[in-house]
Design a protein around this ligand. Structure first.
Ligand SMILES: C[S@@+](CC[C@H](N)C(=O)[O-])C[C@H]1O[C@@H](n2cnc3c(N)ncnc32)[C@H](O)[C@@H]1O
Length: 403
């Protein structure tokens, strides 16, 4: 049974009764959800056959990274649902503008931050590949030699190993052609050109580690070379694992930081300890939004029930999380699917969007709009806000410190 962090308000179902309910569902030929309801239970009352006592320390929430406002202005590109942005916001940055071409993601941004200037549908294309439009829009708000930060993660699809495993190399969908991809692959250079136009004091590029390895690193080096040529001091690209920065999830992302005020940008220093997934996943999800969970079939739940911590259900290819170690990477899923979320460490069901958002360190009050599938996409695409906050703090103290 879970330890102190379970947050449970009532004891979970007893294994023997659970077994009887499974048999009842089979005998009556009804869905597991109905059989549970008939007995006064729901999916969140279910238990695994094996569970152990555990108690893990909780990581610092985003609010604890809140810093006296430095007021350093931030403009973000490919903003998604704003994971990176709310991290920088916590680190004291002043949000100036966001460019995102997906209307739904813009809705999430506008719902959570009605005061932000979100450039995206339906009022703006938000399309970063339309450089002329982005420049015209931004020239109204930021001056040349902008004394602030541009941050952007051009979509990782073309470089992501996870996304390529789904496609056969010779197939039309094979996307690991990176920059040869006529649309997405060139977004990095669109972003570079926008940086070159406004010459912000600091820029940040975020991507999956595949960007560094693509074409032997040639294309990323080319992008960096272009930025060095216009006066940026660029630190070597670095892959950070979010688990080393107080995020209860193993998640590797590549970052490149450049500055053009003579000061060397630095990356945040890793922490000594990791936080287990169980630290943010209780049995009771509380009153937050986006807590809906999947209505599993009986045979799926029966397979899940027999898994131990960290074990994989081979058929559904989902893993039961180990509460004592960081979660496996929270993924966005395909364009049509909602993403496969992992199995809760103590409840034999997949995680809700909220639980994934907790593993990503989003505060509970941050709401994701759209269908459940699209909510998973937004959460799975994001930079964990707590990691972003530390990047923001490191940039503020290295690049923007008073000398
Ligand atoms: C990896 S996600 C960014 C996640 C974000 N940094 C966060 O922390 O939440 C990439 C985003 O780029 C957006 N995008 C893709 N192509 C775009 C384009 N041409 N113009 C603007 N946004 C684009 C996608 O809709 C997606 O939201």
């Amino acid at each position: 049974m879970p330890g102190k962090n379970s947050g449970s308000t009532k004891p979970p179902i007893r294994l023997k009764i659970q077994q009887q309910i499974f048999e009842f569902a089979v005998d009556e030929g009804i869905e597991l959800a109905d059989a549970l309801k008939h007995h006064g239970y729901d999916f969140d009352d279910l238990v695994y056959e094996e569970s152990h006592q555990w108690d893990v320390p909780r990581p610092k929430p985003l609010i604890d990274y809140k810093t006296k406002a430095s007021g350093i202005p931030l403009v973000s590109f490919f903003t998604g649902c704003g994971g990176m942005d709310i991290g920088f916001e916590a680190a004291g940055y002043k949000h100036i503008a966001a460019f995102e071409f997906n209307e739904l993601f813009c809705k999430t941004l506008r719902k959570n931050r009605p005061n932000w200037k979100v450039f995206g549908p339906p009022t703006h294309s938000g399309d970063v590949s339309n450089i002329a439009e982005v420049i015209e829009t931004l020239e109204e708000i930021v001056p040349p030699n902008f004394n602030g930060v541009f941050a952007g993660g051009p979509p990782c699809q073309p470089f992501s190993i996870a996304s390529n495993q789904r496609f056969h190399k010779s197939g039309e969908n094979f996307k690991r052609i990176g920059f040869k991809n006529e649309t997405d692959g060139n977004l990095l250079f669109d972003y570079v050109n926008i940086v070159k136009h406004f010459r912000p004091t600091c820029f940040l590029i975020e991507n999956v580690p595949g960007l560094r390895d693509l074409d032997g690193g040639e294309q990323l080096s080319e992008a960096i070379k272009e930025l060095i040529n216009v006066g940026y001091k660029v630190d070597s690209p670095l892959v950070l694992n979010a688990a080393d920065f107080g995020v209860p999830q193993f998640r590797e992302r590549l970052f490149v930081i450049g500055s053009r005020n003579g000061k060397s940008p630095t990356y945040p220093a890793p922490m000594e300890m990791h936080f287990g997934s169980g630290s943010v996943l209780s049995r009771n999800q509380g009153k937050a939004n986006n807590t809906e969970t999947r209505i599993h079939k009986l045979n799926s739940v029966q397979r899940y029930c027999g898994l131990d911590y960290g074990q994989r259900d081979q058929l559904g290819r989902v893993d039961r999380l180990n509460p004592r170690i960081p979660s496996k990477t929270v993924i966005a899923g395909g364009t049509n699917g909602g993403g496969r979320s992992h199995l809760h460490p103590e409840i034999p069901r997949t995680l809700s969007v909220r639980e994934c958002a907790r593993l990503q360190t989003f505060p509970d009050e941050y709401t994701f709009v759209g269908s459940t599938a699209r909510q998973f996409t937004q959460v799975g695409n994001a930079v964990p806000p707590v990691l972003a906050a530390q990047l923001g703090l490191a940039i503020a103290s290295s690049v923007f410190r008073a000398s």
